[in-house]
Design a protein around this ligand. Sequence first.
Ligand code: SAM
Length: 237
Amino acid sequence: MSILYQHARAFGLDLTPVQLTQFENYYHLLVAWNEKFNLTTLTDYTAVQLKHFLDSLSAAPLLLAGQTDGKKLMDVGAGAGFPGMALAIAFPALRVTLLEATGKKARFLDTVARELPLENVTAAHGRAEEFARLPQERAAYDYVTARAVAEMRTLAEYTLPFARVGGCVIAYKAVDAERETADAQRAIETLGGRVREIVRVKLADLDDVRHLVVIDKIAPTPKVYPRAGGAPKNHPL
Ligand code: SAM
């Protein structure tokens, strides 16, 4: 039994042989592309399964508690596809958009989606501050995820505009989740969010503690946000 299958069960997932093969093929594409482009520092299959795939899947209980069929998820700053691609494999009925500012990473994401294949994935090349101003993208998502993209005040401005009222943001954070979230309280409220909970995540076979900061979208984001020209990063709310 693979470690991925075994540990994913702890998140309420019963991955099928087809899904496990998709994860394996994703891994092979990741290491192949990684020889030319820097996509990940982890290349050992066990480490990728634990620190990328399973870490990504740690939000599964939150998705399982709601509904995923036909729901839309936006992953901001997807990089090599974490957590968005992994969630798309685990939840084939979820419609997933992977947004990435770097062209070569966006091309990698598109290649993975076509080769596995995953019909529920769209890879988009762009910046969150610009993409969230497009009428078809704004307030269009039930779930918005992000891992290792920005500090929480900046991240709130990158993510909350994409969530519809009634939807939520799930921010993957490491040790400083409590402090970062407390510092971002005003930014989150300004953008129409309210912190629901900070879930402590313990990954199998790893000692470090991770967190999922869940922010409900309770009111529309005012039109002036997200601000353009690097303001969310350089002058966080
Ligand atoms: N989420 C992935 C992960 O956890 O492995 C990638 C993390 S990587 C440290 C951060 C990624 O966010 C980079 O690929 C970067 O290009 C992207 N990024 C940063 N700011 C962004 C923005 N404003 N809009 C879209 N992508 C952004």
